[in-house]
Ligand binder design. Structure first.
Ligand code: NAP
Length: 312
């Protein structure tokens, strides 16, 4: 059994930042980076193009490079990284016992859960071809990129996120289509008002994408009318999917309290309902989903965790 003061689970900006702070506090954290249970090691930034809104990089930085550098920084600070998925967490006495399916188990006095969330995808075969080549799940991350500027774009979804993304994209785009599968939007009234007030957005109801097409970059979407089954084409240079996110909380659902959408509930010190378990980043925050917020949140959870260990 490997014994630790603190184990961090998750390898996005929240997890690495938490582990950097814990390491500098001489707590020798172990960080489980995941393998494939919660998406790519390094989190959603690994599939993001240019990140222009993370401070410190005057010309922006590629998402993958940013995560590679944060990881290296963590290792240079002494963080021990393990590339495997935690498959179970149990409380035994004062400690938490973790297993990644291998023979050796891990025991920790405290945990920071930073497993993030995964953007839901449409799951079309043609979507894979154009992912990062015209299709994205984050307008704030990618909307200002040259391939989308002054172009006709689409957003898929009928919730608050879809409207938020569509409105945001109108800063750069010539026109934005909001495409929703039903004949009424799910979004709140206030967001629908923002939508109606924006002359650059046209809403297409009762339509679902059935195929993305183009050469190397996305050139358009084939849409099916969900009422008439009719197929039409829509020429767009970009498509932003905003069809909801799923938090990576499957392995903690029996241990800690989650909200009705599966997100971890925390107090003002990022502690869950179980003393000694903290959470940070997208796994506890469905609203903002920004790398800088996740990183800041990871730092906060680490500082709170350090204090908790000292006062124990
Ligand atoms: P959401 O409310 O779950 O909306 C997801 C949307 O995607 C729904 O309209 C859904 O259609 C559609 N959808 C789901 N699967 C689909 C599929 N396979 N194909 C086509 N469409 C699909 O998610 P969200 O918009 O990300 O919002 C999540 C939470 O964050 C909400 O509580 C929201 O209020 C909150 N939020 C608030 C703000 C704000 O207040 N400014 C901004 C963003 C998010 P159906 O409607 O048919 O189910």
């Amino acid at each position: 059994m490997k014994e630790k003061e603190v184990v961090v689970i998750g390898s996005g900006p929240a997890g690495y930042t938490a582990s950097i702070y814990l390491s500098r506090a001489m707590l020798n954290p172990l960080l489980f980076e995941g393998f494939n249970a919660g998406g790519t090691v390094g989190g959603q930034l690994m599939t993001t193009g240019l990140v222009e809104n993370f401070p410190g990089f005057q010309d922006g930085i590629d998402g993958q490079t940013l995560m590679t550098q944060i990881r290296r920084q963590a290792i240079n600070c002494g963080v021990e990284c393990v590339t495997s998925d935690i498959l179970s967490v149990k409380k035994e006495g004062e400690n938490f016992i973790l297993s990644d399916g291998n023979e050796e188990k891990y025991s920790a006095k405290s945990l920071i859960i930073a497993t993030g969330s995964l953007a839901k995808r449409l799951d079309l075969e043609s979507e894979k071809k154009f992912w990062t080549k015209g299709i994205s799940a984050c307008a704030v991350c990618d909307g200002g990129l040259p391939i989308f500027r002054n172009k006709i774009l689409a957003v898929i979804g009928g919730g608050d996120s879809a409207i938020e993304e569509a409105v945001y994209l109108t800063k750069f785009a010539q026109k934005v289509y909001l495409i929703h599968r039903r004949d009424e939007l799910r979004a709140s009234k206030i967001m629908q008002k923002h939508l109606r007030q924006n002359p650059k957005i046209e809403t297409l109801l009762s339509k679902i994408p059935v195929e993305f097409y183009g050469e190397n970059l996305l050139a358009g979407i084939k849409l099916k009318d969900t009422k008439t089954q009719e197929i039409s084409t829509l020429q767009v240079s970009g498509c932003f999917e905003a069809i909801g996110n799923v938090p990576n909380t499957k392995f903690f659902k029996d241990l800690i309290k989650l909200d009705e959408n599966g997100y971890v509930i925390v107090d003002e010190n990022n502690m869950t309902n179980i003393s000694g378990i903290f959470a940070a980043g997208d796994v506890m925050s469905p609203q903002y989903r920004q790398a800088i917020i996740a990183a800041g949140n990871g730092a906060k959870a680490a500082l709170a965790c350090e204090k908790w260990i000292l006062n124990k």
